[in-house]
Design a protein around this ligand. Structure first.
Ligand code: NAD
Length: 466
């Protein structure tokens, strides 16, 4: 077929089949709009399902099992040293986890009537785009939703075309478990995947350019994680950058800016992600893109082009799948003429390390930075019966509260299961609960969720609530 032979007319074309894109497409179909998704890989799920959230959490679960088995020694149960079969592990991750979810998503798409076209979409104007690749065609649309996500940021000034220097996607492939792994970047990915490789047996060295892990996150939440990383990683170098990477035989040599060289078997570069808006032909539309490639949108996910919407990582920080999903649904509803807006108060964040770190709403650091007066309630998990039964008393629950009204402004958690517990915090802040409401809600005993109630109780005064 000659490109352009086929011209399709649809209500909505969604560019990109990740969580933002498929959420938008599913909701559009539910609202009666004929919808096509164009995805370079002709599948739904995106980076999240194939190269990000899901495979990394599968591997983190494996790491947790290894650590649980090790720490069982403390209470008199010995399993012996783990024997890891990388082939079986890769197969389980690819087939039983990713493959299963992928088939599920495809079935949902079919059920809702979402068509997925394989290829690269390039806008030709504000009403049409062409699809390049195996299924070339033109699509005329009433509305488009751009959901093209983000790409790993390369190390500035250092280009190494070696499979030993991996981004997160390559690291998740688990081609091998290197004896020595250098992780560049102490953010979400560096810490999550650093812990995975450390659990599988790699000696991990982590290099972070700022003065602490997870920059921007409250220090008291990061501290228990930093302590655990210090225990399980070979070394952590803060205030350090890699200035040169060189492949030498089957090794990689990394030169650090403070002096010194690390010789390792593999390197993981995890220094952030950048919006993916290049090559989309956006110059033929009125969509505004900033110097970082981020597409500007309003609270209804509208770009400057009235027919084109954008959702997810391509619209900037926070680059989190659950934000993209919510934006996707908002975009669909707005296109269908409903009064929706992305007016959420909180976008909760979770780092799925051991211990997990999670927060939502106002953080203590942000309150300090902006000079906003707040009351803080902190409950160490050493006081939690449930934490003691798990052998993990290293957690912390923190509430950030408005001093006048007692309203919850933010919640921070560190500890095993923090990623699940933050849902209660998100609901509380989103719905403007008072700390007193948390204190008066019966929480099941003994659970880690009690720490939210007990933290709120510490704010009670003898003269009554708040
Ligand atoms: P990140 O922004 O979380 O962390 C990057 C880290 O690299 C920062 O600590 C930064 O100071 C450091 N850094 C930057 N340049 C450096 C350099 N030259 N040398 C040494 N350190 C350097 O980015 P990421 O870990 O790559 O993850 C990207 C994004 O993916 C995250 O911001 C997040 O939005 C998303 N993500 C989310 C999850 C989750 O929700 N659990 C997991 C993985 C990724």
């Amino acid at each position: 077929m000659v490109m352009g032979d086929l011209v399709r007319e649809v209500d909505v074309v969604v560019v990109g089949g990740g969580p933002g894109g498929y959420s938008a497409a599913f909701r559009c179909c539910e609202l009666g709009l004929e919808t096509i998704v164009v995805d370079a890989n002709k599948r739904l799920g995106g980076v999240c399902l194939y190269d990000g959230c899901i495979p990394s959490k599968a591997l983190l679960h494996v790491a947790a099992v290894i650590h649980e088995a090790e720490s069982a020694r403390d209470f008199g149960v010995e399993f012996g040293d783990p024997r890891i079969s990388p082939d079986a592990l890769r197969k389980w991750k690819a087939e039983r986890v990713v493959g299963k979810l992928s088939r599920g998503l495809a079935a949902v798409a079919k059920g809702k009537g979402v068509e997925v076209v394989g290829g690269r979409a390039v806008f030709e104007d504000s009403r049409s785009l062409r699809v390049e690749g195996d299924e070339p065609q033109k699509i005329r649309f009433a509305h488009a939703v751009i959901a093209t996500g983000a790409l790993p940021t390369p190390l500035p000034g250092i280009a190494v075309g070696s499979e030993r220097v991996m981004d997160s996607s390559a690291a998740l492939e688990l081609a091998e478990v290197p004896e020595r792994l250098l992780v560049i970047g102490g953010g979400y990915i560096g810490l999550e995947l650093g812990q995975v490789y450390a659990a599988l047996g790699s000696q991990v060295t982590l290099v972070e350019m700022t003065d602490g892990l997870l920059p921007g996150v409250d220090r008291d939440l990061v501290q228990p994680l930093a302590r655990r990383c210090q225990k399980f990683f070979g070394a952590i170098h803060l205030n350090t950058k890699v200035v040169d990477l060189r492949e030498v035989g089957s090794r990689v040599e990394a030169r650090l800016d403070g002096g010194g060289t690390q010789t390792v078997d593999r390197v993981l570069v995890a220094v952030g992600r950048r919006a993916q808006s290049e090559g989309l032909g956006l110059e033929t539309t009125r969509v505004r893109v900033d110097q970082q490639g981020v597409i500007a949108v309003d609270e209804r996910c509208r770009t400057d082009d009235p027919r084109i919407y954008a959702v997810g990582d391509v619209t900037g920080e926070p680059m989190l799948a659950h934000r993209a999903m919510r934006q996707g649904k908002v975009a669909a509803e707005v296109i269908a003429g409903r009064p929706a807006a992305f007016d959420n108060v909180v976008v909760p964040a979770v780092v799925f390390t051991d211990p997990e770190v999670a927060w939502c709403g106002l953080t203590e650091a942000e309150a300090q930075r902006t000079g906003r007066p707040v009351r803080l309630a902190k409950l160490q998990w050493a006081a939690s019966g449930r934490a003691a039964t798990l052998g993990r008393s290293d957690g912390l629950t923190k509430l950030v509260v408005d001093p006048d009204s007692g309203r919850l402004l933010g919640v921070g958690l560190v500890g095993p299961g923090a990623g699940e517990l933050i849902a209660e915090g998100a609901l509380a802040v989103e719905t403007a609960l008072l700390a007193e409401d948390l204190a008066a809600t019966i929480h099941t005993h003994p659970t880690l969720s009690e720490t939210l109630m007990e933290a709120a109780e510490t704010l009670r005064t003898k003269d009554g609530p708040e």
